[in-house]
Design a protein around this ligand. Structure first.
Ligand code: AMP
Length: 424
C-alpha cells in the first residue's frame, strides 16, 4: 500500500477530517499513513510504534471513520470499541483524543480507570457507549459486577502492549479477551516486540498488516546521551549543580522508587530548586496538578518513577535525568524517549554508581551503543565511580554519537503542530 502524504487521500470521513483540521494537523505521521488504510479496510494491524509517533490518532481516526458511516443502536452497558491502555494517564489521554478527534462525529466515550469513582463509571457505561477506554484491572471489576458487557465490541485496541507485560497485565488481558467476540477487528500496538508479546499478538490477530516506525534503536540514536560514573551519595549534589543551568528548562528526573522520588524532591527543595514528584502513591488530583505545573512551566523539574511516567504526554521535555539506572534495559530506552518527542532533539543524562554498573552494561548491549562518559565537575562530596574491570566488550558495540542526529527523527514536526500539552 502506498503511503499518503495528506489526510484527504486517506479517504477519512468528512467529520473526521474536519476534526483533524481543527487540531491543526496538516500531514499524517508515518504510523498514521501506514495504519489508517489497513484499519479502514477492516484488517487487523500489528503496529510497532512508540508514544510520540502519533499512534493514538492512527487507531482512533479509523474507528471514528467507521462511526461516521452509521451506527446501530447499542444495548445497555455495551461498547462498540474497546481501547486497553496500561496506565491511567495514558488512558485519560486516549479518551481525550477520541473526544477531540470525534467532536464532529458526536462520539460517546467512557473512561474506565482505577483511582476514580467506579459508580460514576458504571453510570457512564449504563446507556451503552461508542468507545470504552480502560485500564485492565478496573475493566475486570466492571465486568464482574455486570456494569459493562463486551459482546458488541467490533474493534479492540491494545496500546503499549509491552508496558502491559512489564506491569503484569497479561493475565487480565487474557480474561478480557475471553469476554470479547471472536469476530472483531484488533489493532495492536507495542514499542518493542519481546517474545511474550509476539505470542500474545499471534493469539489476538488474524493475518495482520504489520506496520513499523521508529524502532527503539532510533530513539537511542536521536537522543544525545551521556552518563556520569558517580558514587551514590554524590548524586544529589550533581543533580542540583546540573539544574543550575537554565538550559534544563523542562527536566524529567527518573528514580527507581517512589520513596526515592520524594527524597529527590526534598533534597532539591533544600537546594532551592522547586520540583514535584509524580508516582503511584500520589492521588489523581495531585498527579494532575504536578503535571499541569510542569506543562505550563511553573515547575521546571518533575521527578517520576517509571510506572507513573509511562502515560505522561508532555512535549518539549528538554532533558531526561536518570538519577537511578533502571533494572530493565528497555526502561532506559522508554525514559530517554520522553525527551526528543515528536522529532525534537533531546538530551539524556544518566547517573551510574558502582553497584549499577551491571545495569549500564545491559543497557549498552540493548541499545548497541556505548553511552559516552561525562566528566564529573569538581564538587564537594562528589566521588567518581570507577569503570568496573570490564571483560572484553561484545563485538556489536559501536560508540554512540555524542551529538543528536536530527536526521533520524520519528517524524518531522509539521507546521501548525500542536502537542497535546495544549490541554494544559
Ligand atoms: P501520540 O504518539 O499519539 O501520543 O502523539 C504524539 C503527539 O503528536 C500528540 O501530542 C499529538 O497531538 C500529536 N500528533 C498526532 N498526530 C499528528 C499529526 N498528524 N500532525 C501533528 N501532530 C500530531
Amino acid at each position: 500500500m502506498t503511503e499518503s502524504t495528506d489526510f484527504a487521500s486517506l479517504a477519512l470521513a468528512g467529520p473526521v477530517l474536519r476534526a483533524i483540521a481543527t487540531e491543526g494537523y496538516e500531514t499524517p505521521t508515518p504510523i498514521q499513513a501506514r495504519t489508517i488504510p489497513h484499519a479502514i479496510a477492516g484488517r487487523d494491524v500489528l503496529g510497532i510504534a512508540q508514544t510520540g509517533t502519533g499512534k493514538t490518532a492512527a487507531f482512533a481516526l479509523p474507528i471514528l471513520h467507521g462511526f461516521a458511516a452509521g451506527r446501530d443502536r447499542l444495548p445497555a452497558r455495551a461498547g462498540r470499541a474497546l481501547v486497553l491502555a496500561p496506565t491511567r494517564e495514558l488512558a485519560t489521554q486516549i479518551a481525550d483524543s477520541f473526544r477531540a478527534y470525534g467532536r464532529f462525529v458526536r462520539v460517546s466515550v467512557a473512561l474506565v480507570i482505577g483511582g476514580a469513582s467506579g459508580q460514576a463509571q458504571a453510570r457512564a457505561l449504563a446507556p451503552g457507549v461508542d468507545v470504552i477506554v480502560a485500564t485492565p484491572g478496573r475493566l475486570l471489576d466492571h465486568l464482574s459486577t455486570g456494569a459493562v458487557r463486551l459482546d458488541q465490541v467490533r474493534t479492540l485496541v491494545l496500546d503499549e502492549a509491552d508496558h502491559m507485560l512489564d506491569l503484569g497485565f497479561l493475565p487480565s488481558i487474557r480474561k478480557i479477551l475471553a469476554r470479547l467476540p471472536k469476530q472483531r477487528q484488533t489493532l495492536f500496538f507495542s514499542a518493542t516486540m519481546p517474545a511474550p508479546i509476539k505470542v500474545l499478538a499471534d493469539e489476538m490477530l488474524e493475518r495482520p498488516a504489520e506496520v513499523a516506525v521508529a524502532p527503539v534503536a532510533t530513539t537511542a540514536e536521536r537522543v544525545s546521551q551521556s552518563v556520569f560514573l558517580i558514587e551514590q551519595n554524590g548524586k544529589r549534589a550533581l543533580l542540583s549543580h546540573l539544574l543550575r543551568d537554565a538550559a534544563m528548562a523542562r527536566t524529567l528526573v527518573f528514580t527507581r522508587t517512589k520513596h526515592g522520588a520524594d527524597r529527590v524532591v526534598k533534597q532539591l527543595a533544600s537546594d532551592g530548586i522547586a520540583a514535584e514528584a509524580i508516582h503511584g502513591n500520589k492521588s489523581q488530583p495531585q498527579r494532575n496538578r504536578a503535571l499541569d505545573g510542569f506543562r505550563q512551566g511553573r515547575v521546571r523539574v518533575l521527578v517520576a518513577t517509571d510506572i507513573a511516567a509511562r502515560g505522561i504526554d508532555v512535549d518539549g521535555v528538554s532533558h531526561v535525568v536518570q538519577f537511578d539506572l533502571p533494572d530493565v534495559p528497555e526502561s532506559y530506552v522508554h525514559r530517554i524517549g520522553r525527551t526528543a518527542r515528536a522529532g525534537a532533539a533531546g538530551i539524556a543524562i544518566a547517573f551510574c554508581a558502582s553497584d549499577e554498573r551491571a545495569n549500564l552494561k545491559d543497557i549498552e548491549r540493548t541499545i548497541r551503543q556505548d553511552v559516552p562518559r561525562a566528566r564529573l565537575p569538581a564538587l564537594p562530596g562528589v566521588v567518581a565511580a570507577a569503570e568496573a574491570p570490564t571483560a572484553a566488550r561484545p563485538g556489536q558495540h559501536r560508540p554512540a554519537a555524542a551529538a543528536p542526529r536530527p536526521a533520524a527523527r520519528a517524524f518531522a514536526r509539521p507546521r501548525g503542530f500542536r502537542g497535546r500539552a495544549r490541554a494544559a
